[in-house]
Ligand binder design. Structure first.
Ligand code: ADP
Ligand code: MG
Length: 341
């Protein structure tokens, strides 16, 4: 993997304003979205970016639980009563989610939403303990029953809800990159919230993505050059409120129905954004030891965790960069050159 990691506090790349680049910053899927692409004909870059944004809107309309008309909302209303026919696309993403549930020992579980919907992070409200206990049996991915022949999904337990918030943004990023490629583009970046995938380089040098300091919005704890790769970060600082010194945030441990609190953030590096997205949520739930154990068995995917003391931890494939942390000041200069030239 072409990755260099350096602990530093740097201003990230300057915006791409040269000829041939077309970029858009907007809000979609309830989060900040950035898409930029390069083509020698500006109009081709623009077409590619606009098509990617259209694709994201389409996926949101299909899978958002905030849209009562989405296919997923419809499924959540019906699937406890009867097996419900869904599109291939939704079926496949739910299927993929269930596979990831199995391989993460249930840390990733889209039925977390059976309890998750009771939290309101904006209003700062959480369910009472007894409500959580009453709903906890509904949180179990095994309640989601797929019939691939009939293209149906059924929930085999009352009160089950599915939310794809831990994987759908990564999926939307992958789809967007695919569409951008189909437009003949070779250099692009797509970001949706904590999920980023890059296509090629930023022309002649790698793209540079920063991992945010979980306790200081303007700082980054690592700077990562990427080429043809994805990075996905899950943190406890995106959607949260603090109550009596305890942080309640949007990543739920399916075993307890409460927010997972062992680490502050998890970043996953790897080819596919869909998988990186789901794995970042999974490792956040698993915590440091189990999380590292898991990622070290997954070929082509690496992790950087920030623990509750703010210390960084690297998966096996990134150990060489962990060692570079020791000399980060010297190396920071090099990255600074790379980023700002
Ligand atoms: P973000 O949405 O900020 O990019 P994540 O990728 O970590 O962050 O996804 C968090 C989202 O994942 C939550 O908002 C919620 O929709 C969903 N989620 C929370 N807990 C779980 C879980 N245990 N398994 C699967 N999805 C989860
Ligand atoms: Mg995720």
């Amino acid at each position: 993997m072409l990755i260099r990691i350096l602990i530093t506090l740097l201003v990230l790349s300057s915006p791409v304003t040269q000829a041939g680049w077309y970029e858009v910053d907007t809000t979609l899927m309830g989060t900040d979205v950035h898409v930029s692409a390069w083509h020698k004909h500006d109009q081709q870059a623009q077409k590619a970016v606009e098509s990617a944004l259209t694709e994201m809107r389409r996926i949101n309309a299909l899978m958002s639980t905030y849209e009562s008309s989405s296919e997923l909302s419809l499924l959540n209303r019906e699937a406890s009563q009867q097996a419900t026919v869904v599109s291939d696309e939704l079926l496949q993403l739910i299927n993929r989610s269930l596979e990831i549930s199995k391989s993460t020992h249930g840390a990733f579980d889209v039925t977390y939403a059976s309890i998750g919907y009771l939290y309101d992070y904006r209003a700062g409200t959480k369910p009472e303990d007894k409500r959580i206990q009453a709903q906890l049996p509904a949180v179990n991915y095994e309640h989601v029953v797929i019939d691939e022949q009939a293209n149906t999904v059924a929930y085999s337990h009352p009160g089950v809800r599915v939310d794809l918030g831990g994987i759908a943004k990564g999926y939307a990023v992958d789809r967007s990159i695919e569409i951008i490629k189909q437009h003949g583009i070779e250099n692009a970046i797509v970001t949706a919230g904590g999920d980023t995938r890059v296509l090629g380089k930023k022309l002649d040098r790698p793209w540079v993505v920063g991992i945010q300091n979980p306790r200081s919005e303007k700082d980054v704890v690592a700077v990562i050059p990427l080429v043809n790769e994805s990075i996905s970060t899950s943190g406890d600082y995106e959607r949260y409120f603090d109550d009596e010194g305890i942080r309640y945030h949007h990543i739920i441990d399916p075993q307890t129905g409460d927010s997972a609190r062992e680490v502050r953030s998890v970043s996953i590096l790897g080819k596919e954004s869909t998988y990186a997205d789901a794995l970042s949520t999974s490792l956040f739930v698993l915590g440091l030891d189990s999380g590292m154990q898991l990622i070290n068995t997954i070929h082509g995917y690496e992790a950087i965790l920030v623990d509750q003391e703010g210390r960084l931890h690297y998966s096996r494939g990134l150990q060489q960069f962990a060692e570079q942390d020791q000399q980060h000041d010297a190396l920071a200069g090099k990255v600074s050159q790379l980023v700002n030239q």
